[in-house]
Design a protein around this ligand. Structure first.
Ligand code: AMP
Length: 288
């Protein structure tokens, strides 16, 4: 536990790149209020004993491992690459990508065995070396910090291991993915075995409740009493939906929580079962 007015809990957040905007949006929705200047590195959270450290996503594992930060948001690929003993508290549902091995389109490489002896350019050299060594395939890793996908064109590598989301950058550079090494997304991380800190627990609860809420919608509708059985079977809710009497004794209002991914399919079924005045609302935070 931190003492009241003791040193603030330090929370490392990506300061640029692909994870920056979605991480800031998540913090805002979770109720972190702060004013970040253009170049500020450490920013206090208003009314909380928390300090946000705005740093590069690929420095966050080190800051967390060294105990400089008590909590961090970074990519799972970077956690794997750091090799550090870091605890992943929650996956955050953004920054989805995969680390894939790819070769120039005209290459004869078809399977992992065909990588034997190749030069592989990557910004994830530890993950790459570990992956191929596990499969008994010897490769020479060429560590690069950026522009990995142009390495074969420059003839400094025969293949690459790089992050892909849609695959369009690889295609644009004439590369063909052969095999995936790992799947990644943004995650909430902290040092393994760290002492309990009240502000860490609170921050994790607030953030994970937003992530959980994004996967659900609050659905309200009116329905004839005799349709309740069928409607209940379509929307089980967590325990059961709430059923509220209306002024018209033949009608009720039904409230439930539905998976966001199921809404498209469920709405027409609810209408067919007799529901009317259906409202689909966002949920801000969801704590089970
Ligand atoms: P940055 O280099 O600062 O843009 O952040 C890179 C991090 O964003 C990676 O380590 C991944 O966790 C994540 N990411 C998500 N999609 C991609 C992608 N298509 N290419 C690179 N990084 C991605």
């Amino acid at each position: 536990m931190t003492e009241p007015n003791g040193a603030p809990m330090r929370f490392a957040i990506p300061n640029k790149g692909r994870l920056e905007a979605p991480a800031a949006r998540l913090l805002q929705q979770a109720g972190f209020r702060y004013e970040r200047g253009e170049r500020s590195l450490a920013v206090p959270v208003l009314e909380r004993n928390i300090e946000l450290l705005f740093v590069r996503a690929d420095d966050i594992c080190e800051l967390v491992t060294d105990g400089v930060a008590d909590l961090g948001i970074t990519g799972l690929d970077l956690v794997a690459e750091s090799g550090a003993d870091i605890e992943v508290l929650a996956e955050l549902g953004f920054g989805h990508c995969r680390l894939a091995a790819a070769v120039p389109r005209a290459s004869s490489v078809k399977s992992i065995r065909d990588f034997e002896g190749l030069r592989v350019a990557t910004s994830h050299p530890h993950t790459t070396a570990g992956f191929f060594a596990d499969k008994g395939v010897t490769v020479r890793t060429i560590p690069l910090r950026g522009s990995v996908e142009v390495a074969p064109k420059l003839d400094i590598a025969d293949a690459v291991v790089d992050l892909i989301s849609s695959g369009s950058t690889m295609r644009l550079n004439g590369l063909r993915p052969v095999i995936d090494l790992i799947e990644s997304q943004a995650a909430l991380v902290r040092p393994r075995g760290a002492a309990e800190i009240t502000e860490v627990d609170q921050a994790v609860t607030m953030i994970t409740s937003v992530v959980a809420a994004r996967r659900k919608k609050y659905v309200l509708m009116n329905a004839p009493v005799n349709a309740v059985g069928e409607i209940r079977s379509l929307i089980p809710g967590f325990d059961a939906p709430s059923i509220v009497p209306l002024a018209d004794p033949t009608m009720v209002a039904i409230h439930s929580v539905v998976d966001t991914s199921a809404v498209w399919d469920v709405i027409p079924q609810l209408k067919a079962a007799g529901a009317s005045g259906i409202l689909v609302l966002p949920i801000e935070q969801l704590l089970l």
